[in-house]
Design a binder for this molecule. Sequence first.
Ligand code: 4NP
Length: 143
Amino acid sequence: MVCLGNICRSPLAEGILHNLTQNKAYHIDSAGTSNYHPGAKPDSRSIAIAAKNGIDISKQQARQISTADLDFFDHILVMDQQNLIDVLALCNSEKQQKKVALITAASGVDAMDIPDPYYGDEENFNYVFSLLHDSCTLWLAKQ
Ligand code: 4NP
């Protein structure tokens, strides 16, 4: 799961997918295209909306995506169009490129992307949680 800062959207996506796949053997992680917040906990507003929905994301630590991720993971789901451009620019093979997809498009959710809530309010975080929950549920059903 990839966003810009790895403190708002992708930690929520990681937590939600982890929660939905509890009994299955998936290795789920998240990262940011930027290195703005290395080692930081998720944004308190993401921690709060996750907790309200029974998901603990407070132990996660932000990190930047690496080229090793593009080989290790089978699916690289990004949150918005800019993340897609940035992650595709890191790819050095068609095999890597084929793993990268916008989470909304890959799941069939009717939204352009997962909007960045960083400068928003609680309502923006609620919307992001709901879109990510729908996206992760639908994406998983397709696997
Ligand atoms: P995220 O949100 O990409 O969903 O983690 C952001 C977090 C931090 C910043 C931007 C977006 N920032 O500019 O620090």
